[in-house]
Design a protein around this ligand. Structure first.
Ligand SMILES: [Zn+2]
Length: 82
């Protein structure tokens, strides 16, 4: 069985900077965006399974607002606690 292929950060940066393989570039960009969205304090991901909507919030406004958040894609509503 072949081992899983892995790349060093340097190799990934080289691939992106040279844009040798557009498919790999798109995968790296997608992974980077998902990681950013999941780790950012001011981004909320829709909790609906399968929905990929991510919205930007102002935390100070959210703290003073009693209304639930609403997904702009599937219109699910949820209460988010900071
Ligand atoms: Zn949604």
């Amino acid at each position: 069985m072949e081992p899983c292929q892995e790349f060093s950060i340097e190799q990934l940066v080289m691939m992106v900077s040279k844009a040798e393989n557009q498919e790999i570039v798109e995968v790296i960009n997608s992974l980077s965006i998902r990681r950013y969205l999941a780790s950012s304090d001011d981004i909320r991901l829709c909790p609906t399974p399968g929905c990929k909507y991510a919205g930007f919030i102002f935390e100070d406004e959210l703290a003073n607002c009693s209304k639930p958040l609403e997904c702009n894609l599937c219109y699910a509503k949820w209460v988010d606690k900071i």
